[in-house]
Design a protein around this ligand. Structure first.
Ligand code: NAP
Ligand code: 8YV
Length: 320
């Protein structure tokens, strides 16, 4: 029997490519010259897609693949997949939850500490020889700060556990109260922002969260407030954030994600009171390998008839 045919939307880590090659016939969209001819001739045979990061699977792509059964996303956030278009066709979408939770939570705490104590700025100061002239100015502190977590899911809870060890008072906002957590719930994001002085964003992207951290939320966070975003760039209105940072309406920000990655606004790059990371929350060899293996395992399991390992809630398995 011939191997199932899989489409790689973008170049993907070697571990995934090698893992998939053992089981499937791979087609790489990035290496296709004439895409129209490819979709006409090969498209009808494609049964699986591996996507993630810049490799999006939108409705237009899904519509070109009439035999598509499964889209395996590299990443827990799947805002790059048109999950509605997939669900309408009964196509399963999988993501990579849990295996990256601790790594991203570690990075979130690192970014919080780096932002509060200005660790990258202090490093730059030493390297520039300025310590020889005078000590670095005193910084703000994490002591006595309250943290509000926007998106108390798997990663949000792992961040909260780490914040407990730092003696931070913790609150959260999401669409619903969670009865099994000891933290204060806010059903209104502006109210939470007013009561905390660190807003930690770890919510998914997509239409429902687009720009929910807006000017009103940032003003409520206030002049001592710090915004950390490890969720998705689209959750924060980046223009409003730049204005709030420029005008001193919030103190600073630590950002791992941006609205239009990998493009970061020049205004942010020019600011010395922000810490900017190139979307590295899960970016260790250990964790990226685990994510990659889960992409392979989902596709292999599906085509062995054992169902997907980690389907997203919108395309449950067994189907409802
Ligand atoms: P998760 O377990 O699904 O948690 C997501 C949380 O967001 C849930 O608690 C949910 O609570 C909340 N949420 C969802 N929609 C919301 C809305 N419209 N308004 C307010 N809250 C909302 O996901 P996870 O595994 O923790 O991952 C979270 C996100 O982190 C991913 O989607 C991804 O975007 C991001 N991420 C970033 C990196 C990085 O490298 N920086 C790495 C991994 C993940 P309710 O259901 O109660 O609303
Ligand atoms: C990845 C992420 O860097 O899992 C996610 O949602 O944002 C990160 O772990 C990304 O998805 C892979 O490009």
């Amino acid at each position: 029997m011939s191997k199932p045919e899989i489409l790689l939307v973008r170049p993907i880590m070697p571990l995934i490519e090698e893992g998939l090659t053992k089981h499937f016939t791979l087609h790489k969209l990035a290496e296709v010259g004439d895409e129209a001819a490819f979709f006409r001739e090969v498209g009808p045979r494609i049964r699986g897609v591996a996507a993630g990061g810049a490799g999006k699977a939108d409705r237009a792509l899904i519509e070109k693949l009439p035999a598509l059964e499964i889209i395996a996303n590299f990443g827990v956030g799947y805002d790059g997949i048109d999950v509605k278009a997939a669900a309408e066709r009964g196509i399963i979408v999988t993501n990579t939850p849990d295996v990256l939770t601790g790594e991203v939570a570690d990075l979130a705490l690192g970014l919080l500490l780096a932002t509060v104590r200005q660790i990258p700025q202090v490093d730059r100061y030493l390297r520039a020889g300025k310590w020889l002239e005078k000590p670095y100015p005193l910084t703000t502190t994490l002591r006595e700060r309250k943290i509000g977590i926007l998106g108390l899911g798997r990663i949000g809870k792992a961040i909260a556990r780490r914040c407990e060890a730092f003696d931070l008072e913790i609150a959260y906002h999401g669409r619903r109260r969670q009865d099994d957590v000891p933290y204060r719930y806010y059903d209104n994001l502006v109210d939470m922002a007013r009561d905390v002085d660190v807003l930690m964003v770890v919510a998914p992207g997509g239409d429902a969260t687009y720009h929910i951290v807006n000017e009103e939320v940032l003003n409520a966070l206030g002049p001592n407030g710090i915004l950390i975003n490890v969720g998705r760039g689209t959750v924060v209105d980046e223009k409003a954030l730049i204005a709030a940072l420029r005008d001193g309406r919030i103190l600073s920000a630590g950002l791992d994600v941006f609205e239009n990655e990998p493009h970061v606004p020049a205004e942010l790059i020019a600011m010395d009171h922000v810490v900017l990371l190139p979307h590295v929350g899960s970016a260790s060899v250990y964790t990226r390998n685990a994510m990659g293996q889960l992409v392979v395992d989902n596709l292999v399991s599906w085509f062995e008839g054992k169902g997907p390992k980690t389907p997203v809630p919108e395309t449950p398995w067994p189907r409802k």
